[in-house]
Design a protein around this ligand. Structure first.
Ligand SMILES: N[C@@H](CCC(=O)N[C@@H](CS)C(=O)NCC(=O)O)C(=O)O
Length: 256
């Protein structure tokens, strides 16, 4: 970690006039994926080895921070948050959520560049960092969530097993898109006679849907079962404590 004073480990304010807008371009002759890292946590992960870079505003990050809390990993995998706004430099560490506690990077881009020289893909959250190998393990939100839910059993006791083997197929089959009225209506109907989406228990399927419901704003009240379901989930600490409605599209609204 850098020995520089705290303030010099923070990025300067967002300034699109100077830094432009954040943009990714793929050269036509470059076949590499733009989301480049999809490795897994090793079979026997030690406490303290991994760090999760997340964003409060980001539904994909929140899938992972909820999974992290429900897996009981508070003292096993550290978490920190990038600032809610970005310019052409991408996500950055600023005053509001503090410096990067692992590397002292001012920009998340530096973590990607430390992993691959000249990295020019998506500088995205969530990203899982390996302190031993000093690199990004994965910025694949789905893989990270499943790893956190399943790979740390020797070093942590889950609050709930959110990815039990016998429900995995059904969890993966559950349509999490809540992008249209028709899908919301279908989900609302599915929840008419059940508390959770799959298997009568809280699972990854609920996490995946909930992060979008939480960002719908007042529209959700048009769907009584969804509204009840979302409010019930919001009472669970892992959901509540990973939520900051002020960073969502309708900042004055909440599920409380
Ligand atoms: N689409 C991403 C999910 C993560 C994502 O889109 N994160 C957003 C914030 S919510 C981000 O960091 N975007 C920057 C980028 O993708 O370049 C994926 O497929 O892994």
């Amino acid at each position: 970690m850098s020995k520089l004073p705290r303030s010099s480990r923070l990025a300067s304010p967002v300034d699109t006039a100077v830094h432009g807008e954040y943009r990714i371009t793929q050269r036509p002759d470059d076949p590499r994926p733009l989301y480049r890292f999809a490795d897994q946590v090793g079979p026997d992960p030690e406490p303290g080895r991994y760090h999760l870079y997340a964003g409060w505003f980001c539904p994909w990050s929140q899938r992972v921070t909820i999974a992290h809390a429900l897996a009981g990993l508070q003292d096993v995998v550290t978490v920190s948050f990038v600032d809610n706004r970005r310019d052409g430099r991408g996500w950055a560490f600023r005053e509001r959520y503090g410096p990067d506690p692992v590397n002292g990077f001012t920009l998340l881009r530096h973590a990607y560049e430390a992993t691959e020289e000249g990295f020019d893909g998506h500088v995205s959250v969530p990203a899982l960092w390996d302190r031993h190998l000093a690199r990004v393990v994965s910025n694949d939100f789905k893989g990270i969530g499943i790893d956190l839910a399943t790979r740390f059993r020797k070093v942590a006791t889950p609050v709930v097993d959110t990815y039990p083997e016998h429900l995995r197929a059904e969890i993966e089959d559950t349509d999490v898109r809540v992008d249209s009225g028709a899908r919301l209506a279908a989900l609302d109907e599915r929840l008419a006679d059940r508390e959770y989406l799959v298997g009568g228990v809280l699972t990854e399927a609920d996490i995946r849907v909930w992060v979008h419901l939480a960002r719908l704003g007042p529209r959700i009240t048009e769907y009584p079962n969804l509204y009840r379901y979302a409010r019930d989930l919001y009472r669970i600490p892992a959901f509540r404590d990973t939520t900051d409605f002020t960073t969502y599209p309708t900042p004055d609204w909440s599920l409380a």
